[in-house]
Design a protein around this ligand. Sequence first.
Ligand code: NAD
Length: 331
Amino acid sequence: MFRVGLIGCGGISAVHAHVLRELENTDLIACADVIPERSARYGCAAYADWREMLDREKPDAVHLCTPHSLHPVMAAEAASRGIAVFTEKPPAIDLAGWEQVKAAARRVPVGVCFQNRFHPHIQTCKRFLREGTYGALQGMRAFVTWNRTAQYYAAADWKGKWATEGGGALINQAIHTLDLLIGFLGMPDQAEAMMGNHRLRGAIEVEDTAEIYLRRGDVPALLYASNAYSQDAPVMIELHFATAVVRLEGDVMTILRDGQKQEIPCVTDPVIGRSYWGAGHKACIAAFYRSIETGAPYPNDPASCEATMQTLLSLYDQCRMGDTLLSSGRK
Ligand SMILES: NC(=O)c1ccc[n+]([C@@H]2O[C@H](COP(=O)([O-])OP(=O)(O)OC[C@H]3O[C@@H](n4cnc5c(N)ncnc54)[C@H](O)[C@@H]3O)[C@@H](O)[C@H]2O)c1
């Protein structure tokens, strides 16, 4: 049984706590949050100081559900105590932080919560690519159009700021989709972005909208990510193969081929928490502990995130100068 600690007891922590209680080989023993009523919300040992929690409880693993900028230092300190780390995305907001996370992974198992990689339809698309089911990949496009208001940002003091969130719609909401596109494409030869702040200008420093162009060889991948929509629309990812178009929208896969349209729904685990978080956390966390038990590689280790992180950080590098968002990008 893994004795697990959790740091950061806000929104997403409820999903981690639920899964850690549901799995047969994990036991949530302690929580830390700077807000006392939050650290107490799961009824286990509660701490205001996460380092004290690590030192006193000596958990086998710790989950990081804190603001983005804190993930690297928390991963490094846990690793220095021999404690395995499961971090929420993004693992870091800059290259120095990313190096810290990778260094932690050389000492202890480190997993990154890209839970959508575990979606059955994503796995099926990977198989189509591997087996050449519909011929070679020609291109991809994806839309993440969600609704994040000024009130959403005002409710958490770290969101909407370069120093603590590291960006906006791309690094927080659309990072999963960027990661999936890169998972299909491989490391892009070209990655360019334009970012803007349309609806939330004045309310947040970071982008509410990003337009991304990736290319590997002759294959383009386009991503449009915006928090300025009227609702949280299902994410759409389309793969254009030589003989078919495969479109994923929410939990439905549509295959368009020879003028025919086939719709394949997917039964996933029940969603815990908000619908747009998806249902992948349980599979993603369960696989982490299984990999520690068996010694098998974990598919969401930092090495598997290298292309995503390098691309993500270079896109921000093009669109940001200090704390200023460059509206047209600089290549
Ligand atoms: N995988 C997903 O689909 C998904 C979904 C939502 C959020 N997330 C990620 O989870 C993380 C948290 O997001 P959230 O929406 O739950 O944020 P949140 O603001 O609701 O929660 C963060 C918590 O961390 C606490 N905290 C801040 N500084 C701390 C410190 N020094 N020590 C201990 N606790 C501290 C805050 O008090 C807060 O309770 C982010 O990395 C976010 O990107 C991932």
